[in-house]
Design a binder for this molecule. Structure first.
Ligand SMILES: Cc1ncc(COP(=O)(O)O)c(C=O)c1O
Length: 344
């Protein structure tokens, strides 16, 4: 039985351009721990791609590390990070931010479409006992773009949230594990959706979109970057052979490879979602990028599994389907055929 991979974009392989970049960097010797010319070239490229002459970049090996290191560098131990109720940092990182942040608390904020909204953020602020040392004080607003449930914030929505946060003295962090997918969906520039919209620090994902355990923290705030210099080392993320992570990230950002790969993933999902809609399948989310949470009876899910479709069961009656840069049109056609057969 041939399988169709729709569990996760993490299940996909490494893009050939990125493997080639690692091989190309594998000549001779260079100084270790990120003091190498490849890592310097990466920082120059990030500054150009994000149109920010002072951006600083810290390659790390996982999205959890990017988030926990960013947030712990932005928040005092007595502080709180506000994020949506569905945020990965709150639900799926085993409180890594609290550990690295010396007890930083994370507080969920409500909001339809899996996004925080100005009124739900205002409600969270209103519920805060500001200045009361019996309670953690909000110091960072973190949002996931695209959200953990595959919807996106518009640039204006991000700007409104970060402005409201800044009024209260909070910095803004963006979990961009799939940022390329959001940029493609919005048709905006990397700068527009980040620092121009008030974001101070970005966890820039690459692994889900074709890299080999390479992510980056992109920092637009010098004080936070100065913290990151030491915190990344203490957490074991100043890797000795950083040039190979940097080479991957250079390939990823060069000639819009990251956007091209994400565009394939988004397009495949758009086709899949359209086909499933035609078959009468209900959706939990609006699939703005490459993730779909579909309402599928458990018996139908079992039939789909028997047909070779790989996906995650999220809860009774709901499955998660994720496309990647590697998903083909043929995969989509075969997945739709499996659904048609399973639905009878
Ligand atoms: C939105 C989001 N942020 C962060 C992460 C963490 O990435 P990693 O698994 O590389 O630690 C994930 C992984 O699934 C994610 O979906």
């Amino acid at each position: 039985m041939t399988t169709i991979e729709l569990r996760s974009d993490n299940a996909a392989g490494v893009a050939p351009e990125i493997i080639a970049a690692v091989a190309a960097a594998n000549t001779g010797s260079v100084i270790a721990y990120g003091a190498d010319p490849v890592t310097a070239q990466l920082e120059a490229l990030v500054r150009s791609v994000f149109e920010h002459p002072a951006a600083r970049v810290f390659p790390v090996t996982s999205g959890t590390a990017a988030n926990a290191l960013s947030l712990s560098s932005m928040c005092p131990p007595w502080g709180a990070v506000l994020c949506h109720d569905t945020a990965h940092i709150l639900n799926s990182e085993a409180a890594a931010t609290s550990m690295l942040g010396g007890g930083v608390l994370m507080r969920g904020v409500a909001g339809t479409d899996f996004r925080m909204h100005p009124d739900t953020l205002a409600a969270a602020f209103a519920a805060t006992r500001w200045g009361d040392n019996h309670h953690s004080q909000p110091r960072v607003l973190s949002f996931t773009q695209p959200t953990d449930m595959g919807t996106i914030y518009s640039v204006a929505e991000i700007a409104a949230l970060t402005a409201a946060a800044r009024e209260r003295g909070l910095r803004a962090h963006l979990d961009g594990a799939r940022l390329a997918n959001a940029i493609v969906a919005l048709g905006c520039s990397p700068a527009d959706v980040t620092w121009r919209a008030g974001v101070d620090v970005v966890s820039l994902g690459a692994t889900k979109n074709g890299a080999l355990s390479a992510e980056a923290i992109v920092c637009f705030d010098d004080a936070v970057a100065d913290e990151l210099v030491y915190r990344t080392k203490r957490a074991g993320h100043v890797t000795s052979k950083m040039r190979f992570q940097s080479a991957q990230l250079i390939a990823y950002l060069t000639d819009d490879l990251w956007l091209g790969l994400a565009s394939v993933a988004n397009q495949r999902m758009a086709r899949l979602a359209a086909g499933l809609g035609d078959l009468g399948v209900g959706f939990v989310n609006r699939p703005d990028v490459n993730m779909l949470f579909a309402e599928v009876a458990d018996e139908v899910a079992t039939e789909l599994e028997r047909s070779g479709l790989l996906f995650y069961r999220i809860r009774p009656g709901v499955i998660r389907l994720v496309t990647s840069w590697q998903t083909t049109d043929d995969d989509v056609d075969r997945a739709l055929a499996s659904f048609a057969a399973a639905l009878g």
